[in-house]
Structure formats: C-alpha cells, structure tokens
Unconditional design. Structure first.
Length: 98
C-alpha cells in the first residue's frame, strides 16, 4: 500500500475527477521507489510528514512535466527542496563493517 494515498496526491495537485487516477497512482509508486532508492532504506510506516511532502512534490512535478523536453520554459530535474528533505533521511554508509 502506498505511503501517500491517491486522495492526498490529488488534493495536493488540485485535481478533481478520476481521469488520471491510474497515472497518478503510477507516479506515487515511482516516487516512493525513487525516494527509497535515494535514501537507501524503505520508507517507514507510518512515514514522517517530511517524506510524504517529498513524495507529493515529486508526484506533482512528474504530473506537470510529462515530457522529456520542455520548450520556452525553465524546468528543474526535481522541485526545489526535495533533495534537502531527502538528505535528512539518507543512509550514508561507506561500506565499512561494524
């Protein structure tokens, strides 16, 4: 089960209706996978609010920027602040045993 429910993601993006529900659920799953990979650990249940916020920000960004290229606008790889949130949760290990 997703850490961030579809209803919360849609509320975050001000989306009404169900036309894009499958796509938004895909973005939620992909964002949670990306964050778990980046931090080096699974997202805990219950998830901290900061990780939920990072997921919502990534989902909204991917929903808004569906193409591989943009024309005439400035775009970032990820929204400002996502990496700052994730760095606080990242597992920094350097392969040294205990």
């Amino acid at each position: 089960m997703a850490v961030v429910p579809l209803t919360l993601a849609k509320a975050h993006m001000n989306i009404v209706g169900s036309d894009d529900d499958e796509l938004i659920n895909h973005y939620i799953d992909a964002a949670e996978e990306f964050i778990a990979d980046f931090t080096g650990k699974p997202i805990p249940a219950p998830a901290p609010a900061s990780l939920k916020q990072a997921i919502l920000m990534v989902v909204a960004h991917w929903n808004e920027n569906r193409e591989a290229a943009t024309v005439g606008i400035s775009a970032a790889t990820l929204p400002f602040g996502v990496m700052s949130i994730l760095r606080n949760h990242r597992d920094y290990s350097f392969g040294q045993g205990e």
